[in-house]
Design a protein around this ligand. Sequence first.
Ligand code: NAG
Ligand code: NAG
Ligand code: NAG
Ligand code: NAG
Ligand code: NAG
Ligand code: NAG
Ligand code: NAG
Ligand code: NAG
Ligand code: NAG
Length: 406
Amino acid sequence: MYWNRAIFLHCLFSLAISSLSFHQINGYDWRDPLGNITIRWDIISPTPDGYVAVVNITNYQKYRKVDAPGWKLSWRWAHKEIIWTTIGARVADQGNCRRFKKNVPTSCAKAPTIFDLTANDDEVKQNQKIDGCCKGGVLLSRVQSYHNSTTAFQIAVGGEGSSNITWRLPTNYTFRTPHGAYSCSRARVVPNTRFISADRRRITQAMKTWKVECSYKPPSQFKDVPNQCCVSLSSALGVNTSCPICSCSCPNQNHSCSTKRHDRLVSKIECTKHMCPVNINWQVINHQRKVRVTISNLNYAKSYQDWIMLAEHPAFDNSTTLLHANHKFLSPKSYSNKMEVVWGRRGYNDALTPFGKKGSSIKMVMVFKRYKAGHHDRIATADWKNPPDAIFFNGDLCVIPNTTQF
Ligand SMILES: *[C@@H]1O[C@H](CO)[C@@H](O)[C@H](O)[C@H]1NC(C)=O
Ligand SMILES: *[C@@H]1O[C@H](CO)[C@@H](O)[C@H](O)[C@H]1NC(C)=O
Ligand SMILES: *[C@@H]1O[C@H](CO)[C@@H](O)[C@H](O)[C@H]1NC(C)=O
Ligand SMILES: *[C@@H]1O[C@H](CO)[C@@H](O)[C@H](O)[C@H]1NC(C)=O
Ligand SMILES: *[C@@H]1O[C@H](CO)[C@@H](O)[C@H](O)[C@H]1NC(C)=O
Ligand SMILES: *[C@@H]1O[C@H](CO)[C@@H](O)[C@H](O)[C@H]1NC(C)=O
Ligand SMILES: *[C@@H]1O[C@H](CO)[C@@H](O)[C@H](O)[C@H]1NC(C)=O
Ligand SMILES: *[C@@H]1O[C@H](CO)[C@@H](O)[C@H](O)[C@H]1NC(C)=O
Ligand SMILES: *[C@@H]1O[C@H](CO)[C@@H](O)[C@H](O)[C@H]1NC(C)=O
């Protein structure tokens, strides 16, 4: 009884802390100041009643990605535009096309929504694909994969004039992902894109180009969105600090968790005191300037394909190395803290499999630089044994125990 109440109070307390420590206001993220998803429209040819455009969507974020089932893009037409066809993506809603008798457009919706196709969609024929399209709506981070951070589709728009003066910019762009909505800027006309052919011998130019930039909007602190991961700390001296109790939820509330012994899974999450689907253990290996990081999936039903982690620690620098995973050092000018973006090696540990399966826990080792003597270096040497300042897993801030030494 008392235990339950203590957990409940702790729960409220951790929720309050996590809302207070919200790090990002109005979509601006100082850890990734230029991180955004850019949507670019290039009109490539006029048609008798409109134009054909290639729409390019690129994820420029360094530690956030768009997961399956993928993005949904919508906008509001400025005039009475309709969509004749799309290639490499599909329109969700046909809207009211009653005024068309013979050739019926794909969509007459005032505010259409577009979603991506998957590469092996059986119904998608080769002539319905364009270069770089059809990634099931998944966009990895730019650091993970240049090729898989970008996609494109083609759209034939009617109901417009056929000159660059009558082509009007759509308004109210919205970009939604399974992680939440992004906030998008207004479309603005930019210099026409130049396309260079694959053999680099021919350059063509778009007839009109506009851009929209969408930035991640963290869930409102008033909306009760549970945390998704927590950090535990351990050291070779035998000190262990587990994840704070109720970091993500509280155990056994409404039988909200399962144990391996039960077949009938009430919940998909293994029972722990922190109830997080993902646990990250940060273990200092003494005297060796090494930290072993273990990421564990405690969800029975979900795998994390192409996971990405951001760790913030003052002792990181451009000579920090990482064994068993890919990494990139980040040090934004506007922000003094030092960060490493870490992601799995393709085909080796880029997928964190469900709890209980082989590969549900991934280990890697961070090796801090061997410091030369010197004032700054001594500070850094003392630092490396401290806990990280922040860890994000798949873009979500993880709960870290409040410890200054461990
Ligand atoms: C969006 O990202 C691009 C590429 O990183 C950058 O050049 C541009 O300034 C960004 N825009 C905003 C508003 O952050
Ligand atoms: C991009 O994604 C596809 C499909 O998941 C995968 O086969 C390919 O290896 C990825 N490429 C890179 C460079 O990550
Ligand atoms: C989208 O545009 C960017 C920037 O020009 C380019 O690097 C990328 O290859 C384009 N994506 C596709 C799928 O064409
Ligand atoms: C429209 O196209 C014409 C001819 O291609 C060009 O001279 C003019 O600058 C364009 N206007 C705008 C606003 O892009
Ligand atoms: C754009 O969206 C905003 C908020 O969703 C709404 O208030 C506004 O009326 C919309 N504008 C148009 C032209 O639909
Ligand atoms: C610390 O935690 C690790 C991993 O959970 C465990 O293997 C180790 O035995 C623990 N050490 C102590 C002293 O509890
Ligand atoms: C537990 O279940 C009750 C009734 O279904 C619900 O009102 C309450 O919000 C649930 N509590 C949690 C923590 O899910
Ligand atoms: C690493 O950082 C140091 C100090 O900031 C700098 O002098 C050096 O050029 C950097 N090295 C690389 C490979 O970026
Ligand atoms: C963490 O603990 C330190 C020392 O006990 C305290 O000063 C600090 O306010 C605590 N921070 C949080 C977020 O509770």
